[in-house]
Design a protein around this ligand. Structure first.
Ligand code: ARG
Length: 467
């Protein structure tokens, strides 16, 4: 038997340095289970189309299942000599089933085989990521529900702006992760196309039945064009774009957790199990988990840029460059999955310091907009009210007084529309509960948003079978 399945035309042996350079087995061995699933479906289709016999197909399938066990149990030898996962499996098949192994690759090329394997891999991983996102959103909804009484400053420009419910802030992340879930779910439609049968690039002369292969592997669609089937990596770029956006959300959340757990904010405390210490400063309790999630975001962006750059000038159809798609994809999948997992564990253990958040509302003229609104309700045009309150703030700054700490006479010096009902109007609860516009932070609104989210989650959990 030849050294390599493709070396019939070669007179010299491949240089060992080239074997090492071109080998992808260290990376694509992760695809073994998908490669075997794809090959089994291919055998069944070949037998049904009478391209091989039923007995040959059964022997091949038997051998493939033996290889699955060998790899799963760590009893399989990998070597650079055999380049990639596909060649390893085919080579090993000969040891199990003899010469019939040489029929497995009929009507197939590694070009359509690898495209199939990556689609099977990404479909599996995307499903798990979607499940993870649903789980994470459930945690956010539960937290929002439990902490409905906690108020905090909402920020713009990282300056205290207006009071909001802590739950409202959490539900903003719920919305981001909901959109992520939707993006991954939508991307699945384009992952879920079956490329096998495109062969090297032009299709095959054998009477194959691609629809049957698709049915066996549970693909709702078959790739229409054989050249596109072997050279399309859009579904990977799309996944990486979705993963990058999702990581932006994780990174923003992480930034807030880092800020909130600092002595300057003290809004939250991460549990000891999710913090680390310093080897030199005994007092330190560091938020390494959110910091690392923030840091890992760059890796996922890097994967997206790698794929875009890899593909941008490739002529049709398959080019060996495309072997380089797997390392960034696998790294992004692993990174995003790890971030999802650690957040799901960390969030429920965070201690919320509601007292400190409420205290942060007592300074910073956070009720200035509400004082302007008060004047508007009494007939003053908004721009005038804005100027009037601005003068009150300036007075407050020079006399070291918040608006609600001024006497009625002081306040009336800015407008005689002000009566003593101004004081209850400027309390945090009133300010929050007055913001009843749809999507605003009023408690009734947030409660309703939490309820809607919980209902949606229950439906989603049922449809993807997780509790
Ligand atoms: N290891 C290759 C890859 O990942 C498989 C396809 C190889 N095809 C070829 N014509 N050399 O892309």
């Amino acid at each position: 038997m030849a050294e390599k399945p493709w070396d019939g035309r070669f007179e010299e042996k491949t240089d060992a340095a080239v074997e090492a350079f071109t080998s992808s087995i260290d990376i694509d061995r992760q695809l073994y289970a998908y490669d075997i699933d794809g090959s089994i479906a291919h055998c069944r289709m070949l037998a049904r189309a009478s391209i091989i016999t039923e007995a040959e197909s059964n022997a091949l399938i038997d051998g493939l299942e033996k290889i699955r066990v060998e790899i799963t149990t760590g009893n399989f030898v990998f070597s650079d000599r055999l380049e990639d996962m596909h060649m390893h499996i085919e080579d090993r098949l000969a040891a199990h089933v003899g010469v019939v192994s040489r029929k497995l690759h009929t009507a197939r090329s590694r070009n359509d085989q690898v495209a199939l394997d990556v689609r099977l891999y990404l479909r599996d991983k995307t499903r798990k990521i979607i499940q993870g996102l649903v789980g994470l959103r459930k945690i956010l909804v539960d937290m929002a529900d439990r902490h409905m009484d906690v108020v905090m400053p909402g920020y713009t420009h990282l300056q205290r702006a207006q009071p909001v419910l802590f739950s409202h802030h959490l539900m903003a992340y719920y919305e981001m992760f909901l959109r992520d879930t939707q993006r991954f779910t939508d991307g699945m439609k384009r992952i879920n196309f079956m490329p096998l049968g495109a062969a090297a690039l032009a299709g095959t002369t054998y009477p194959i039945d691609r629809i049957y292969t698709a049915e066996l592997l549970d693909f709702p669609e078959v790739c229409e064009n054989s050249m596109d089937a072997v050279s399309d990596r859009d579904f990977i770029m799309e996944f990486l774009a979705d993963a990058s956006i999702c990581m932006v959300h994780f990174s923003r959340f992480s930034e807030e957790l880092v800020l909130w757990s600092s002595s300057e904010f003290k809004f939250i405390e991460l549990s000891d199990g999710f913090s680390t210490g310093s080897s030199i400063m005994p007092q330190k309790k560091n938020p390494d988990v959110p910091e690392l999630v923030r840091g890992k975001t760059g890796r996922v962006f890097g994967s997206l840029i790698s794929l875009l750059t890899l593909m941008k000038s490739l002529p049709l159809a398959y080019n060996r460059d495309m072997q380089e798609d797997k390392a960034p994809l696998f790294d992004a999948v692993d990174t995003l999955s790890a971030c999802l997992d650690i957040y799901t564990r960390m969030l429920p253990k965070i201690k919320i310091n509601g007292k400190q958040m409420a205290e942060a509302l007592s300074t910073g003229y956070i009720n200035a907009t509400d004082m302007a609104d008060y004047l508007v309700c009494r007939g003053m045009p908004f721009r005038e009210a804005h100027g009037c309150v601005g003068r009150a703030v300036s007075y407050g700054l020079s006399h070291r007084k918040e608006l609600h700490e001024m006497t009625l006479d002081e306040l009336r010096s800015f407008s005689d529309l002000i009566e003593d009902d101004i004081f209850p109007a400027l309390t945090t609860r009133k300010m929050i509960d007055r913001r009843q516009s749809f999507g605003g932070t009023a408690t009734d609104n947030v409660r309703a948003a939490v309820r809607r989210a919980a209902d949606r989650m229950a439906d989603e959990m049922r449809s993807i079978n997780i509790q």
